[in-house]
Write a protein that binds this ligand. Structure first.
Ligand code: ATP
Length: 227
């Protein structure tokens, strides 16, 4: 079998609050194959965001191992982690986080400005990311001129533009009506099944979880196996 995209063994995160130790994630073992669309559910405070932040290199584990695409990232320094993240992770937020004064094109272009790349190469990548999310005709619109579903698709194009292997999404349909949510979920399914992206999506919505290939449940920092 090929190596998993995500491999966690005994992954643990603790915080010290005065004399109390908070353990948002405890000894988590997890394997996710490349191209899988995984949903992560659990009550508030169960450790979902903590896990997303570890998988995406925003935070580092206290103990355990964490391999993404065969690289151990748990022990990288902050600077190494920032560079690794820019190449390997696309992050999708519930409230899109687009820059309001920039057009859809300029928002999607942002992650590429850190790379030394010609303007024409950048344009090509931005245009194909916007085409992939079905927004070629909205390229020069600003966020206020787009619907919520379209804003989320711009945000997905921005997450995709540097061609990361792993997409992490924190409640990507949480602020959308049912029809827009369905289109976003179909897009995420296509990204996993047709483009080989591995996707980890936090959601409170059972309908969104149903769109995924597999659902994991967290409770008090522990993984509850699916019945
Ligand atoms: N920086 C921090 N310092 C101390 N405790 C923290 C920190 N970050 C998270 N925690 C604690 O870890 C636990 C898990 O938090 P986390 O944000 O991962 O939960 P969640 O499942 O994403 O919740 P929600 O669905 O409400 O977003 C909570 O008890 C939280 O208070």
């Amino acid at each position: 079998m090929s190596q998993p995209m995500i491999l966690c063994r005994g992954l643990t995160k603790t915080y010290q609050k005065g004399s109390t130790t908070v353990t948002p994630l405890e000894a988590l073992d997890l394997e996710v194959p490349e191209g899988q669309f995984l949903a992560l559910m659990g009550p508030s405070g169960s450790g979902k965001t903590t896990l997303l932040n570890l998988l995406s290199g925003i935070d580092s584990p206290t103990s355990g191992t964490l391999e993404i695409a065969g690289s151990e990232i748990g022990s990288l320094s902050r600077g190494q982690l920032t560079r690794w993240r820019a190449r390997n992770i696309g992050y999708i937020f519930q409230l899109y986080h687009l820059v309001p004064i920039l057009t859809a094109f300029e928002n999607v272009e942002l992650p590429l400005l850190l790379d030394s790349m010609s303007k024409s190469e950048r344009r090509e990548k931005v245009e194909s990311a916007l085409e992939l999310v079905g927004l070629s005709d909205r390229m020069h619109h600003r966020p206020t001129e787009l619907s919520g579903g379209q804003e989320q698709r711009v945000a997905i194009a921005r997450a995709l533009v540097a061609d990361p292997k792993l997409l992490v999404a924190d409640e990507p349909t949480g602020d959308l009506d049912r029809e827009s949510a369905t289109r976003i979920l179909e897009l995420l399914q296509a990204l996993a099944h047709e483009h080989g992206k591995t996707i980890v999506m936090v959601t409170h919505d059972p309908r969104a979880a149903d769109a995924a290939d597999r659902t994991l449940h967290l409770e008090k920092g522990l993984l509850i196996t699916q019945p």
